[in-house]
Design a protein around this ligand. Structure first.
Ligand code: C2O
Ligand code: CU
Ligand code: CU
Length: 524
């Protein structure tokens, strides 16, 4: 069976079935805004705000020499405590869920040596990284377990890409990240062909913070008041392990999820830095929150309840690929899978003693909650949000040397099923959707049937139009992922800088991605 044929699905059950009539996915919860089907936990869940927010552990460089930092990590299974008193088997970088936070300096290369001790292949991708193609985590550039090639041959080798474009590395691979880019909150995650969604769900994800001297010179909140918040949803089984509707729980063959979950897998527990609906005590002072939506399919609209005494709840200072030119006041932060929002919240805008809840206005039941802050004390605060944050390049229309359109939609296949496609095509490692020139700027338009968070590897972009009108206030800055909503075309100016080679664009709803909503672009 060819990999492309297997990745189609019938429109029968759950969210997809109900899509046909209404034009939106109707899961059991919050119908029109959730792109996916809710998976419920089969274990007693904790009360929201009953566990402390974990501080994400930092990855430690094993060597700092020759102007670069070297890290060594092991991808392995581990039992961790996520729900109080319950053990959950995860697949984590260094056995952690989420993985350690890497920090790098712009302009100083990082080498990450990844040893795969899992029973399946992996491919590490630095999301937002300007990375040479052989270190980009292309879906068929796999780090395979010892003996896998034999295993693969026995299985007929049919579940990965055709042999041609495929790079197998046994056990350990060195990924090279030049970090020739601005300070930004990047993240890393698995990108194995056909199995990204279940492998990220099991824990192969984490943050990667790039700093630079221009940003360090700003009086932004720092130290303990610079908080990475990795948000993702999960569901738990009765034995405490993650629930996920894989067709093959061993993640070998076949790929894919049960038909009911073809729209995406949405969990009923919201985790922040790996803890369910945690709580954090804060000073009445400014905090920088580096928000990442690391969920497979769930979108959030984040707000603070109650709101501040005056002013907007959030001051956005950065987006996916670094600081904005100027701060933007937002009452709510819409965040789709893969996106990052760098915001400052001034907790002195609430009386000491207040509890301030970070809510998801798109959720319902307990998925309305994300985490809670308790403002516990007055404190000195010499931080500021400057009126001018950075001088990022601004692209203009007339720089665009080509215009292209990419349509993200469900397409009927010749076999009578449906597939998630870009311009009507399922992913094929051998074909190229666009060939671009290194250093050039192009105008790309993304259109979609339902919500698709569109992501490009290598190339960052600026949103110039949404739904034919102006971008939304939250669309500012340099981005690598943009939420494309039903029938609301998004136009971006993309700059192809970095390295020539083969890269991908894809939907960052990971179930859609695994079902081949992905395509190559070639930079020459
Ligand atoms: Cu975070 Cu190819 O993606
Ligand atoms: Cu990416
Ligand atoms: Cu999608």
């Amino acid at each position: 069976m060819s990999p492309l044929r297997r990745r189609t699905f019938l429109v029968l059950a759950g969210g997809l079935g109900s899509m046909a009539g209404s034009g939106v996915f109707a899961g059991r919860a919050a119908a029109s805004v959730i792109n996916g089907e809710l998976l419920t936990s089969r274990i007693e869940l904790p009360e929201p705000f009953s566990v402390p927010l974990p501080v994400a552990p930092l990855a430690k460089a094993v060597r700092q020499a020759d102007g670069s930092d070297r890290f060594e990590v092991v991808q392995r299974a581990a039992d961790v405590e996520i729900l109080p008193g319950v053990r959950t088997r995860v697949w984590g970088f260094d056995g952690l869920f989420p993985g350690p936070v890497f920090t790098g300096q712009a302009g100083r290369p990082v080498v990450v040596s990844v040893r795969n001790e899992l029973p399946v292949p992996t491919s590490m991708h630095l999301h937002g990284g300007v990375t040479p193609p052989d270190s980009d985590g292309y879906p068929t550039d796999l780090v395979v377990p010892a003996g896998w090639q034999h295993h693969d041959a026995m299985a007929g080798g049919h579940h990965d890409a055709p042999a041609a474009g495929r790079q197998l590395t046994e056990l350990t691979k060195e990924y090279r990240y030049p970090l020739d880019q601005r300070a930004a909150t990047l993240w890393y995650h698995d990108h194995r062909m056909d199995f990204t969604a279940p492998q990220v769900w099991r824990g192969l994800l984490g943050l990667f913070v790039v700093r630079d001297s221009a940003e360090l010179a700003l009086p932004l909140p720092s130290g303990e008041r610079d908080l990475p918040l990795l948000i993702c949803d999960r569901a738990f089984d009765e034995d405490g392990d993650f629930r996920y509707p894989s067709l093959d729980p061993e993640l070998i063959d076949p790929p894919g999820v049960e038909d009911a979950y073809m729209a995406g897998v949405v969990g009923d527990v919201v985790l922040v830095n790996g803890a369910p609906w945690p709580e954090l005590e804060v000073d009445a002072a400014r905090y920088r929150l580096r928000l990442l939506n690391g969920s497979n399919a769930r979108r959030y609209r984040l707000a603070l309840r109650p709101g501040p005494r005056d002013g907007a709840a959030f001051t956005q200072i950065g987006s996916d690929a670094g600081l904005l030119a100027e701060p933007v006041e937002l009452d709510a932060v819409p965040i789709a899978p893969g996106e990052r929002y760098d915001v400052v919240v001034d907790f002195s805008a609430w009386p000491v003693g207040s509890t301030v809840t970070l809510v998801n206005t798109l959720g319902d039941g307990d998925t309305r909650w994300v985490m809670r802050f308790r403002v516990v004390r007055e404190a000195a605060d010499d931080s500021e949000v400057p009126a001018r944050l950075a001088d990022p390049d601004e692209l203009s229309q007339d720089q665009a040397v080509a215009h292209r359109q990419f349509s993200f939609r469900r397409t009927r296949t010749s076999h009578g099923g449906h597939a998630w496609t870009i311009n009507g095509e399922s992913f094929d490692p051998e074909t190229t959707l666009a060939t671009t020139r290194l250093g050039s700027v192009e105008r790309w338009r993304f259109i979609s049937d339902v919500h698709h968070p569109v992501h490009l590897h290598l190339a960052h972009f600026q949103v110039v139009a949404r739904g034919g009108g102006d971008p939304h206030p939250s669309d500012g800055g340099w981005k690598d992922t943009v939420d494309v909503r039903p029938k609301e075309p998004v136009d971006v100016l993309v700059r192809f800088r970095g390295y020539p080679g083969r890269y991908i664009l894809h939907c960052h709803n990971l179930e859609h991605e695994d079902m081949a909503m992905m395509g190559n672009f070639q930079v020459e």
